[in-house]
Write a protein that binds this ligand. Structure first.
Ligand SMILES: [Zn+2]
Length: 63
């Protein structure tokens, strides 16, 4: 198995880490309720996908 000949310098490691930040998630407003959701996912707020109700939200019954 190939083994690195030299240890990477602090500078080289830091130069790599400078490009490994987690980006901002791609969010789009839901066409039904306007809440921001990830594309190609069911909206967590209203349960719609492509304007079709996929998951019905639980409704709290207060007494
Ligand atoms: Zn929605």
């Amino acid at each position: 198995m190939a083994v690195p000949k030299r240890r990477k310098s602090k500078s080289k490691s830091r130069m790599r880490w400078a490009h490994e930040a987690i980006g901002v998630p791609n969010l789009r407003p839901c066409p039904k309720c306007g809440a921001y959701t990830m594309p190609h996912r069911v909206c967590a707020e209203c349960g719609h996908y492509k304007n079709v109700l996929v998951i019905e939200k639980k409704v709290k019954i207060s007494d």
